[in-house]
Design a binder for this molecule. Structure first.
Ligand SMILES: [Zn+2]
Ligand SMILES: [Zn+2]
Length: 338
């Protein structure tokens, strides 16, 4: 049951008037620094979450670098937040979708991921690179027991959106699935696909990613342009490069779908219609719905999915982002907070 804002606010300890918390604040593109900021206050329907861990996502990198335009300035990045609700102590996760209007055409059609008035954590509202963050109670997810705060963090974007991508690729149990790029999201998606009995083919430039893919059960690994031994039924692209989308189209067979898991992509190079002919489908994957999140988190506990993590302190967020940009993070980077 959702908890109303009023009672929750009564449970908050009275904060001194000038209480501050530490946060990594993005003032302008490429200007991310540790600051003392005013402690967040819960608005109507909101709770305050004491942050324990926050995953570092490629989208954070794109917001910090300016590839994705800032929508709130300054903003605290971070949308894979694990923490505890102040007052109740309940462990929750906060993810990219921070709010939807519930009334627009998209929301009414069960597509709140496409809500025109949606809020996004760490972009249009403050995120989890901070000791405390305010969040809508109805967009905070209960997290399964049996996984640590650090292990749970990457599930909240890399995991949930990877799961939606798998579903939208249309891959069926036992089918042949291609994963193009093998970072944080793909290393979680492969665990779902293997659970469904799929044969997974992994395309990546990095020998370290090839090793991790084999370890996690890939039947084949190769470079982006290496032809798989047989045409694929479906593919998901994770690499933030338009050329990889064309490689993926070339690898799927007739009626195969390529789902693009990227919020920002370089231009897609022109390609021959032959690559799309015979009812191949190319589609993007945008955000997620709360149902995706609940389904995936339950599945993650059941499988169970194990995230490989590299941890950094809150103040080391710039280093974590730099390592992600350089392709030096195996699995998922996570900031430990508090
Ligand atoms: Zn809406
Ligand atoms: Zn993300």
């Amino acid at each position: 049951m959702p908890i109303e804002a009023g009672p929750v606010r009564l449970l908050l300890p009275a904060a001194p008037y000038d209480a501050t918390v530490q946060a990594m604040v993005l003032s302008a593109p490429n200007d991310l620094s540790l600051r003392d900021v005013e402690e967040p206050v819960a608005g109507s329907g909101e709770v305050i979450v004491e942050v324990a861990a926050c995953g570092v996502c490629r989208t954070d990198l794109q917001i910090v670098s300016g590839d994705i335009e800032m929508r709130k300035r300054p903003v605290i990045p971070g949308h894979q937040v694990v923490g505890r609700i102040v007052g109740t102590g309940e462990r929750v996760g906060l993810a990219w979708l921070a709010g939807a209007c519930g009334r627009c055409r998209q929301c009414l059609a069960a597509r709140e991921n496409l809500c025109e008035l949606a809020d996004f954590r760490g972009w249009t509202v403050d995120g989890g690179y901070a000791e405390r963050v305010a969040a809508r109670r109805d967009f905070a997810f209960a997290l399964p027991d049996g996984m640590s705060d650090i292990e749970a963090a990457p599930l909240l974007c890399a995991g949930i959106i990877g799961y939606r991508s798998l579903r939208l690729s249309g891959v069926e149990p036992g089918g042949r699935l291609g994963l193009f790029g093998f970072g944080s999201s793909a290393h979680l998606a492969i665990q779902v696909a293997r659970h469904w009995g799929c044969d997974v083919f992994v395309f990546s430039r990095s020998p370290a990613e090839h090793d991790l893919a084999r370890e996690l059960g890939a039947v084949w690994v190769g470079g982006y342009d290496d032809p798989p031994p047989e045409p694929l039924d479906a593919a998901v692209t994770f690499a933030p490069a338009g050329s990889v989308v064309v490689s993926a189209l070339a690898a799927v067979g007739p009626a195969g779908t390529v789902a693009i898991n990227a919020i920002h992509l370089d231009g897609i190079p022109a390609f021959s219609y032959d690559l799309l002919w015979r009812e191949r489908v190319l589609r993007s994957v945008a955000n997620f719905t709360r149902d995706d999140a609940r389904e995936f988190l339950a599945l993650a506990a059941e499988i169970p999915i194990r995230a490989q993590t590299q941890t950094f302190a809150l103040a080391e967020a710039p280093q974590a982002l730099a390592r992600l940009a350089a392709g030096e993070v195996q699995g998922s980077a996570v900031l430990t907070v508090g």
